[in-house]
Write a protein that binds this ligand. Structure first.
Ligand SMILES: Nc1nc2c(ncn2[C@@H]2O[C@H](COP(=O)(O)OP(=O)(O)OP(=O)(O)O)[C@@H](O)[C@H]2O)c(=O)[nH]1
Ligand SMILES: [Mg+2]
Length: 130
């Protein structure tokens, strides 16, 4: 097996601007993709570090868990809060979404590319250990 993998960006729920029909189609596509695509080795679920999980976040989280696929939660936009608050905020977010604490949760900032080392380490380990 080669070391090739792809990041696939699925539509988020920013799609509220779509018509009901389009939303339905996108929803069905995501369901097909998550539940039937055999090649998925990790779901990276991005949430906003600044807010406690929304009802959509909770729905999506439960949906991902029900797929039985491995998941990494990234608390994105970590550049938006004080560096001293990052660790506690990530812990609090994880506690809310995943009280058992078995789904790894890490800070991230896609804009500033900070905290990326831990994320790459996690991905490396994930691919090398299973
Ligand atoms: N400050 C900051 N802004 C960010 C970060 N990541 C994304 N954004 C901003 O958030 C907005 C939405 O980003 P997107 O990447 O479109 O978000 P998305 O989750 O893919 O949205 P949908 O797919 O429509 O649900 C944009 O204005 C980004 O610039 C981040 O790490 N830090
Ligand atoms: Mg998007």
């Amino acid at each position: 097996m080669d070391n090739l993998f792809y990041f696939v960006d699925l539509p988020g729920y920013g799609y509220s601007k779509m018509s009901k029909k389009e939303q339905e189609q996108v929803g069905k596509f995501i369901e097909q993709y998550l539940f039937h695509r055999k090649e998925i080795s990790l779901i990276i679920f991005l949430i906003d570090i600044r807010h406690s999980p929304t009802s959509n976040d909770k729905l999506m989280y439960n949906y991902i868990i029900s797929s039985g696929l491995p998941c990494l939660i990234l608390a994105n936009k970590a550049d938006k809060i004080a560096i001293t608050k990052v660790d506690d905020t990530v812990k609090a977010l994880q506690k809310e979404l995943n009280p058992i604490g078995d789904i790894p949760t890490l800070p991230f900032s896609s804009e500033r590319k900070i905290y990326k080392e831990d994320v790459w380490n996690f991905i490396d380990n994930h691919f090398n250990n299973d």
